[in-house]
Design a protein around this ligand. Structure first.
Ligand code: FAD
Length: 417
């Protein structure tokens, strides 16, 4: 089933009776070449690229709930390539280029909107840091524009520029940054993988990982045992729990991050605004809701809901940045479980167990990484060699101390990244 304007017109005229499910609902087979644990954005994109780039079709994605029920459907949808450190810089640049071709490639409207992102700064020192970051982005081939106060004002005249604690000096503008519709990204990759023969098995929780003689041989699930020559763990906030099934202790902590959506308003925010000093960021969805969030809840947890003090903190930060937001009603809030690594950068690597691979540590920035991560992880699982853009994301950097990528410069404290 291909989507096109003509098709939509035809279906509209014939009562929308011709649409079919976007993917099959197969029974799990007893044996696969590759099993991916986790049907979030990263697991689905990995399966898609395994099939598309490497011709591997005897692949299953095992998801304990439903496709899109994890962080991939809970995030605030910001897509950007504005990293500073070598390693991160190349990777996110690669991922953004994949985003830019994603809709025609998947034949799916993921509502990727390059509406731009402004990261505000509030002092001369922060301006210097923004200039440095902007230069790094330009050197990497991405885009960055330094805005003064009036430049920011042209986008967002309602900002409180003279906040006594954090007066706005300007912003670093990243025009190719923006947003996408999160669950459509999951559905688009799911459909693309399914079309290429991948089995997407929902309501199938992995409860054990089988290992014989140092080599992975399969998984135990709530729907029976499944044998596999290779297994990828791609379960975001559940990484430590699933890796423990293989006897591994990961350098990952799980923390809750919340998001909020207001009632629908007329268009008023034409880009994404990031107010780092207030731990607050905001954009406006295509339905008109203001989509915003802030910081982690600051304690480790597997609960997919957040606490009220952090909700209050986020509202206060929003009021400090743009007092007009106080008139809007919050309609919904929710939480997701973040897989926080000690240096704030991800892991895409083999494990000490033959045939067992690991993809995690995305912290609160893994949505924009979905295409790049799946692309690189599929390359690693199919060829046994790291993809050049993901080679620095090694698991052993936390044991050896070599190659750490502390983008925030906040040290080895998971909840600060
Ligand atoms: C509130 C919030 C805001 C965010 N904002 C942004 C943003 O603006 N930009 C950005 O880039 N990132 C953002 N993120 C982060 C981003 O959403 C995550 O980093 C990313 O989605 C994680 O990868 P995933 O999609 O594969 O995770 P998930 O969708 O969580 O996928 C993991 C899957 O594994 C499944 N699973 C777990 N255990 C098992 C098991 N034993 N067996 C089978 N399946 C299992 C889970 O059910 C889940 O579906 C945000 C996250 C949150 C919560």
């Amino acid at each position: 089933m291909r989507f096109s304007a003509l098709r939509i017109l035809g279906e509209g005229l014939t009562g929308n009776s011709g649409w079919r499910p976007h993917w099959r609902d197969p029974e799990p087979k007893s044996d696969y070449d590759i099993v991916i644990i986790g049907g979030g954005g990263h697991g689905l994109s990995t399966a898609y690229y395994l099939a598309r780039e490497h011709g591997l079709r005897n692949v299953a994605v095992l998801e304990k709930g439903y496709i899109g029920g994890g962080n991939v459907g809970r995030n605030t949808t910001i897509v950007r390539a504005n990293y500073f450190l070598p390693g991160n810089s190349e990777f996110y640049s690669h991922s953004l280029r994949l985003w830019e071709g994603l809709e025609p490639e998947l034949n799916y409207n993921v509502m990727h909107s390059q509406r731009g992102i402004i990261g505000l700064f509030h002092s001369d020192a922060q301006r210097d840091a923004a200039v440095r970051r902007g230069n790094a982005m330009i050197n990497q081939g991405d885009d960055a524009v330094l805005l003064d106060r009036d430049g920011v004002r042209a986008h967002a005249p309602y900002i409180n520029f003279d906040n006594p604690r954090f007066p706005v000096y300007g912003g670093l503008y990243h025009p190719r940054g923006g947003t996408a519709r999160h669950d459509a990204v999951a559905w688009g990759y799911a459909r693309g993988a399914d079309q290429r023969g991948v089995d997407l098995i929902q309501n199938c929780e992995v409860t054990g990982i089988d290992i014989e003689g140092g080599r992975v041989t399969g998984v135990q699930t709530t729907r029976g045992a499944i044998r596999a020559r290779k297994v990828g763990i791609v379960v975001a906030g559940r990484s430590s729990q699933v890796a423990a099934m293989a006897g591994m202790r990961l350098p990952i902590e799980s923390h809750v991050l919340q998001a909020f959506v207001s009632e629908g308003l007329k268009p008023c925010i034409d880009c994404v605004i990031s107010f780092g000093m207030g731990h607050f960021y905001i954009s406006q969805s295509d339905k008109g809701g203001l989509v915003f969030g802030g910081d982690l809840d600051f304690y480790a947890s597997y609960a997919q809901r957040g606490n009220l003090p952090m909700a209050e903190h986020v509202m206060e930060a929003g009021m400090a940045l743009m007092p007009m937001i106080g008139k809007a009603k919050v309609l919904r809030s929710w939480g997701g479980i973040m897989d926080m690594s000690p240096d704030g950068s991800p892991i895409i690597d083999r494990t000490p167990i033959d045939g067992l691979y690991l993809n995690c540590g995305w912290c609160y920035g893994g949505f924009k990484a979905v295409p790049g991560s799946g692309h690189a992880f599929a390359h690693l699982m199919a060829t046994g060699r790291p993809h050049p853009v993901a080679a620095p994301f090694r698991l052993d950097r936390f044991a050896t101390g070599r190659g750490l990528m502390d983008e925030e410069g906040t040290g080895a404290q998971h909840n600060l990244h």
